[in-house]
Design a protein around this ligand. Sequence first.
Ligand SMILES: C[S@@+](CC[C@H](N)C(=O)[O-])C[C@H]1O[C@@H](n2cnc3c(N)ncnc32)[C@H](O)[C@@H]1O
Length: 273
Amino acid sequence: KSDGDGQAPAPLQLTPQIKCLVFPRADTTRFKPARPDMFGLLGYYLMDAASLLPCLALDVREGHSVLDLCAAPGGKTLALLQAQSLGFLCINDSSVSRTLRMKKALHSYIPKMFLKDEKLRITSFDGTKWGEIERNTFNRVLVDVPCTTDRHSVMEDDNNIFRKDRTGERQRLPQLQLKLLLAGVQAACPGGEIIYATCSLSQNQNQNVVKEAICVAQENHGIILQVVDLNPLTHMFRKTFHFAPDLHIGVMVIPHLAANFGPIYICKLRRLA
Ligand SMILES: C[S@@+](CC[C@H](N)C(=O)[O-])C[C@H]1O[C@@H](n2cnc3c(N)ncnc32)[C@H](O)[C@@H]1O
């Protein structure tokens, strides 16, 4: 059973609408930020190319209702908006200031008429509570959780999560990630699919969170989850990204001198019931 319509899951299709340009292998030049065009809109968004993989793995189809649970600053949301004619997109982030910044960013890329659409909802709720608000609803849920942001943490001192005064917050991350993933699972409809993503290399924030979520979903909520094989996706992008070999659950892009993207961890789950 899949997609809430009783049909077998269709094979992964990649939307041709998303255009993503990357530097040739081993070229680590920086690209200049976009400038507004004659309509005041920006033509491209700079992001780690591996951040596109969770959006592609989400495999949104025409008419799908999609929840982006932790959406700010909005890079993946922009990709999702490009991808397909979505039925409905709910964009959420618990941080009010980050949600406001994301709204502004969306306005610099998307003409106003599309943002006023009733098919789009922008909220600022605590995502961990989503399962209490709106259950069994979405065909696709993206759970791109707060994490140790390993590339940022290595490169920048500003607001670094490995600072001593943020130790408690850092140690609580796996708990928060588990709650967010479980809320995303509950928000998905039976047959719906969920992508869990981090930009961390830590097994405690990646595979362990997913394993725990699968157990708790079944024991506490009677929800059966199946891990979806992402090998077709990694195979397709094997020349662009360096993937970690043989991960037990999910896939991971590891930064590499010749392919300087990631880290990004992704796991795809399907709700069977
Ligand atoms: C990794 S970032 C998301 C990046 C975003 N998806 C993108 O592609 O631009 C994680 C986000 O989770 C948000 N967040 C943290 N705790 C949350 C919660 N309890 N509910 C919802 N969002 C939360 C943070 O404010 C942060 O913006």
